[in-house]
Design a binder for this molecule. Structure first.
Ligand SMILES: Nc1nc2c(ncn2[C@@H]2O[C@H](COP(=O)(O)OP(=O)(O)OP(=O)(O)O)[C@@H](O)[C@H]2O)c(=O)[nH]1
Ligand SMILES: [Zn+2]
Length: 179
């Protein structure tokens, strides 16, 4: 971080910057903590609720870091699944924890979206999964092409939320019609 400050023409020894390398190290430890957390642990505890229809949590705030420019991209994630015939469900907060875990890594939005979906498939063996992420990339807003407000939407659907048009339409309608 010292070298980076020097490279941009700053003096890393001036008062305001003296503690910056250590501060950034601490901030990065937090921003990339998801590299050191096992998704299986987040979803370790499941219970049988004999609910065999859609469970959907919308508008989960999401802050991640673009792996190309190391600047934030942020927005919301919507995560839903249809439990299997045993009704194996997880705590609602765990869906948000899963978003956090994968967001706190150097990321691209497509991979973030599919990693969340695939972790749910592996651990809950659900009949279907849908993950939609809507985000603004600061690398597209504050620099480069400079299009503040441009939003990117990515989705990952698995199982019957991919194969059944009716199930997918219901989930998408609930996601679009929220608020
Ligand atoms: N697919 C995808 N692309 C991303 C994501 N985040 C950033 N990018 C893009 O990654 C690309 C990197 O392109 P490069 O040409 O290597 O980098 P650059 O010269 O800084 O590109 P510009 O941003 O166009 O100035 C850019 O087009 C970014 O918009 C993401 O989550 N998914
Ligand atoms: Zn970027």
């Amino acid at each position: 971080m010292r070298e980076l400050l020097e490279a941009v023409g700053e003096n890393p020894d001036r008062e305001g910057l003296r503690d910056t390398p250590a501060r950034v190290a601490r901030a990065y430890r937090e921003m990339f903590a998801g590299l050191y957390t096992d998704p299986a642990e987040v979803l370790a505890r499941t219970f049988d609720e004999s609910h065999e229809e859609l469970v959907l949590v919308t508008d989960i705030p999401m802050y991640s870091t673009c792996e190309h420019h190391l600047v934030p991209f942020h927005g919301v994630a919507h995560v839903g699944y249809i439990p299997n015939s045993h009704g194996k469900v997880t705590g609602l907060s765990k869906l948000a924890r899963l978003v956090d875990l994968y967001a706190k890594r150097p990321q691209v939005q497509e991979r973030l979206t599919s990693q969340i979906a695939d972790a749910l498939v592996r651990k809950l063996e659900p009949r279907g999964v849908i993950v939609v992420v809507e985000a603004e990339h600061l690398c597209m807003s504050m620099r480069g092409i400079r299009k503040p407000g441009a939003r990117t939407t990515t989705s990952a659907v698995r199982g019957m939320l991919q194969t059944s048009a009716t199930s997918r339409a219901e989930a998408l309608e609930l996601i679009k019609g929220r608020r």
